[in-house]
Ligand binder design. Structure first.
Ligand SMILES: [Zn+2]
Length: 129
């Protein structure tokens, strides 16, 4: 279902937004918190520089807001509608969800942010950087 060439592939796997050949991150596991923002400077396959401009990824904070809301709504729906939790329990569930998924939310928003600006390019593999 998820194939290279689909933006979702790059967003969900954190792979290079241009060639989808390798991970942008030094450590793929976002729960290794000390390395959560450690990224390769550029792609080893197509030579694409991930940091398009200085402090490019600050913009990802706007995205993380939206992604965070999405997770909060999901937590609300699950706790309130499916598990029948009361208001306080639902609130706690949302807070815990936000904390538990924070590393994933941060990474996802970076991936979404860079994919807004960069398009997949099949021929990128053969480009000389
Ligand atoms: Zn690449």
């Amino acid at each position: 279902m998820l194939k290279k060439g689909n933006k979702l592939y790059s967003i969900l796997t954190g792979s290079c937004p241009r060639c989808h050949q390798e991970s942008m991150y030094v450590d793929k596991n976002p729960y290794h918190l000390s390395k959560i923002f450690k990224m390769h400077e550029k792609c080893g396959h197509c030579g694409f520089k991930y940091k398009i401009e200085p402090s490019f990824f600050y913009g990802a904070m706007y995205v993380s807001y939206a992604v965070g809301i999405a997770f909060a709504v999901a937590a609300f729906v699950i706790a309130r509608l499916f598990l029948g939790a009361n208001l306080v329990q639902t609130f706690i569930a949302i807070v815990l969800t936000m904390i538990a998924f924070m590393p994933i939310i941060m990474r996802l928003s970076r991936n979404i942010w860079i994919n807004i600006f960069v398009k997949y390019d099949v021929s990128a593999k053969t480009d000389t950087p």
